[in-house]
Design a protein around this ligand. Structure first.
Ligand SMILES: [Zn+2]
Length: 73
């Protein structure tokens, strides 16, 4: 099954949103479909492949950064 993208969604490989999150595109390692993601994080809608969280371009927030972190005093 091939995934067809409408032309307006593939106008650029890389765009930067107003929030600074970088929209990137890669080839799915599971089925080869083009997958768009944010800051290097990808999830394929065709086969369900996701890349590892550590491959993202940005640091993930720590539990301590969560305002609801139960260990906060
Ligand atoms: Zn896939």
């Amino acid at each position: 099954m091939t995934q067809q993208w409408s032309p307006e969604t593939v106008s650029a490989d890389t765009t930067t949103s107003p929030t600074g999150a970088e929209i990137t595109t890669t080839e799915c390692r599971g089925c080869g479909a083009m997958v768009s993601g944010l800051n290097g994080r990808y999830a394929c809608g065709v086969c369900g492949w996701v890349n590892d969280w550590s491959e993202g371009h940005t640091e993930l927030p720590r539990a301590e950064d969560d305002p609801d972190y139960p260990g906060r005093h």
